[in-house]
Ligand binder design. Sequence first.
Ligand SMILES: NC(=O)c1ccc[n+]([C@@H]2O[C@H](COP(=O)([O-])OP(=O)(O)OC[C@H]3O[C@@H](n4cnc5c(N)ncnc54)[C@H](OP(=O)(O)O)[C@@H]3O)[C@@H](O)[C@H]2O)c1
Length: 215
Amino acid sequence: MVGRALVEYCVSLGDCVTALAREQLDIAEESAVSDAFEVAEPDVVFNCAAYTNVDACETEIDRAFRVNARGPEVLARKAREARAALITISTDYVFDGAKSGFYDQRDDPAPLSVYGSSKREGEIRALTAYARTSVIRSGWIFGLGGTNFLSRAVEIGTTNSEVSAICDSYGNPTYAWDLARRMREIAVGMSPESIMSRIPGTVLLSKDLFENRCN
Ligand SMILES: NC(=O)c1ccc[n+]([C@@H]2O[C@H](COP(=O)([O-])OP(=O)(O)OC[C@H]3O[C@@H](n4cnc5c(N)ncnc54)[C@H](OP(=O)(O)O)[C@@H]3O)[C@@H](O)[C@H]2O)c1
């Protein structure tokens, strides 16, 4: 979902974009990532790939850590070699929810779930592997493509005569397109010059089988 929005946004600004779906690149596979970097020669790498099925992560622990922890680490190592900035998305699941009020960067992570733990591990590994890594902790993302809390709410609301909903969970609904715009802004700010108006090469890892190179 986020990958799709990011590709569309960057392409709309004339960026040269290489987007790779899981079938084209497994982010935890080091040699495949090396090959992808060689072809794309990115200046910025956005990691939108993750194992996002929160419930399934509880039983598929190896897969969760392989994709959500090893994946960002491999990307960070390759980004360092390529001198490309890395922006990787994490989640509010790294927190335990015990705080009243909104979390910020100064709060200590204390994940309660396998998904949250694997994403936290991914943050640590990527930041340790490469200083030019930015971690974005987002949450409650909605947009086109895929299932999200809003699409589920609409689906349930139109098919069920009664709707049961949780009432003790709080978050900031985040439109995927807005997140994409902010990610690109951060990428521009991370460039050595910090004034570049265009990203000549970008690797985007997303659901959508999409490859577009432009000048
Ligand atoms: N959606 C939310 O509300 C939310 C909230 C907080 C944080 N986030 C984070 O935001 C990021 C984007 O989320 P999203 O909602 O856009 O997720 P999404 O729609 O589920 O997209 C994730 C993509 O990663 C791919 N993927 C899975 N394993 C991979 C692998 N080993 N190598 C390469 N690609 C792989 C998936 O492919 P397949 O579909 O083929 O498996 C899917 O295309 C993730 O880091 C997620 O943890 C999302």
